[in-house]
Design a protein around this ligand. Sequence first.
Ligand SMILES: Nc1ncnc2c1ncn2[C@@H]1O[C@H](COP(=O)(O)OP(=O)(O)OP(=O)(O)O)[C@@H](O)[C@H]1O
Length: 300
Amino acid sequence: MSIIEVHALRKSYGGRAVVDGVSFAVEEGEIFGVLGPNGAGKTTTVECVEGLREPDAGRIRVAGLDPVADHAALTGVLGAQLQESELQPKLTVREALELYAACYPRPAAWRPLAERLGLTDRLSTRFARLSGGQKQRLFIALALIGNPRVVVLDELTTGLDPRARRDTWELIEDVRASGVTVLLVTHFMEEAQRLCDRIAVIDGGRIAALDTPAGLIRRSTGATLISFTPSAPLDENRLAELPDVASIAWKDDRITLAGTDETVSAVITLLARGHITAHQLRVTDATLDDAFLDLTGADR
Ligand SMILES: Nc1ncnc2c1ncn2[C@@H]1O[C@H](COP(=O)(O)OP(=O)(O)OP(=O)(O)O)[C@@H](O)[C@H]1O
């Protein structure tokens, strides 16, 4: 049994379906990403998983529990990142940890948790005086204080500087290493590529693709990008016939082909035969960014 099961989830507002038949399953111990453009339905989906919104149709189970009907039991299983506004500015880190620990039947010991999250020297600091990165650490601690099997993190690193973001990624990897399943909503492709075992790309309330980061890249743009400025005109039809070419794009006089390593060899052979020089030839791995734009049509 998967630890999270979402089947044919639907949710509408004012007659408009914002989640329209979403299905996915998350296995225990995974970091599962939910990616999509603004307004795609990501938060609505995960808030249905958390039992904060009631689906119009579909079936959700978290460790076998119905998030709405079994909401009280769910709090012992699922931890959610809190929004900033929900904490009193004068509350200290210690008070917040103690307060939230008191809400759970089997809370984690908060001192080791604070230590693991690098908050020990901030226990007496009021919430309002914490830096963005420290606040995020506290939110992760509060999400974990009930000893959950699943933790839901929605745009956890938005607003953090690159260093704090990287530190937070390490923390999330630690959380997973301790056996907790992570459901992660993010806008950052690098974050998703680095952390997630699998990703559901949601677009317009539907799943546009569900795969590993490498799988998403392979199935959309092609895994390798080759770009150059040719010294003489090129016959695009002949390029399109080369092996594994997924796409061809021109920007001014520069061409970019997406494909595989085989495409690269074939392009170079073709150019050599035509005595064409490839100026500023670059061969790069396609990123999740490229795949995301392709899958969601965000670049169209
Ligand atoms: N309570 C609500 N009442 C009416 N419309 C809502 C409500 N909550 C969300 N919506 C609409 O549903 C759509 C999906 O919103 P949702 O917050 O799930 O998207 P999202 O993918 O998380 O977006 P973002 O990346 O911008 O956070 C949006 O068009 C939003 O305006």
